[in-house]
Every structure is written in C-alpha cells, then in structure tokens.
Design a protein around this ligand. Structure first.
Ligand code: FES
Length: 168
C-alpha cells in the first residue's frame, strides 16, 4: 500500500513535473499555428481586398499601334480612334506626322482633310484650318480657335505609328 502510494505519488509527481512541459509544448504549438493562420488570413485578406476594391486610375498614357507610317502617303490623312472611340485625323506632313481631333472647336461638327487645298475644312459654317490645326477662315478663325492636337509617335526603326492617349 505504501509502495503503491509512493508509485502513485511518483506518477503524480511525474505527471506534475511533465504537465508544465506538455503545456509549454502545447502552447508553443498553438502559438505557431495561430501565427500561421494570422499570416495566411492576412495574405488572403490582402488578395481579396485587391479584387474587391475598384482599380485606381493611373492617369498614365498608353500608346496605341495605329499602322505603318508608309500606309499614309505624304499630304494624305487617315482616321483612327482613341480609347474613348473619338476620331483622330492623322496627317503626314513635310514636318512629320501630326494628329488632331476631328471635332470643330466652333460648334462641334466634324472637319476633314482636303489634300489638294492642304486644309482641314468644316462644312457646317465653312471653317478652315491649316495643316497645323490653326483656324484661318470662318467663325473658328474669328474666335482664334484651333483643332485639338493629339500626340502621335513615329518609330522610325520599325516604321510603326502610335497614338499616345490617356489610359482608360
Ligand atoms: S462647327 Fe465648324 S465652323 Fe461651325
């Protein structure tokens, strides 16, 4: 009985002395798992937030390939569209490629390039603009208006033309 009590006490003592070790291990294990979960949920939360929040506008510019420069002969024009769908007139001049909105600054009609006269012409009120987009006759000239210029880049190595426009 006494021996059993000693054994029991020793076992209890062992258990008593092992209990803190087991608890420490358990605590460290739980702490490690918790830390892993926090990191995992943090990463998932970050990924989720990326898809749930609206994309910020960068306000940057993008270049749209519009064709080969050789496809627009000297003094000729071509119509292209920017990202908003607006029409842009690309003109091949002796000074290089130029581009303008085809919207007349007077009352918004569409101008077109007349190659033989080397002018942009607006049929609504006979507005006339030179190859640089400056009004030279009609109501736009009276108001000292000009066509809105667009940015164009001619890559002479590849022969490609790009319309430089605001990103969507
Ligand atoms: S809208 Fe072009 S001249 Fe009036």
């Amino acid at each position: 009985m006494t021996h059993e009590n000693n054994d029991s006490a020793q076992q209890q003592g062992k258990e008593t002395s092992q209990t803190p070790t087991t608890s420490r291990r358990g605590f460290l294990s739980i702490a490690a798992m918790s830390a892993g979960l926090v990191v995992s949920f943090g990463a998932l939360g970050g990924i989720g937030a990326k898809f749930l929040t609206p994309r910020k506008k960068t306000g940057g510019k993008v270049e749209l390939f519009i064709g080969k420069a050789a496809s627009i002969p000297q003094n000729a024009s071509a119509i292209v569209h920017d990202l908003s769908g607006a029409e842009i007139i690309v003109l091949n001049t002796p000074d290089g490629f130029k581009a303008f909105s085809n919207v007349c600054p007077h009352l918004g009609c569409h101008v077109h390039w007349e190659a033989e006269k080397k002018i942009f012409y607006c049929p609504c009120h006979e507005g006339v603009f030179d190859a640089g987009g400056m009004a030279t006759s009609g109501p736009p000239a009276d108001a000292k208006q000009k066509l809105t210029a667009a940015e164009i880049r001619h890559d002479k190595n590849s022969g490609n033309l790009f319309l430089v426009t605001e990103s969507a």
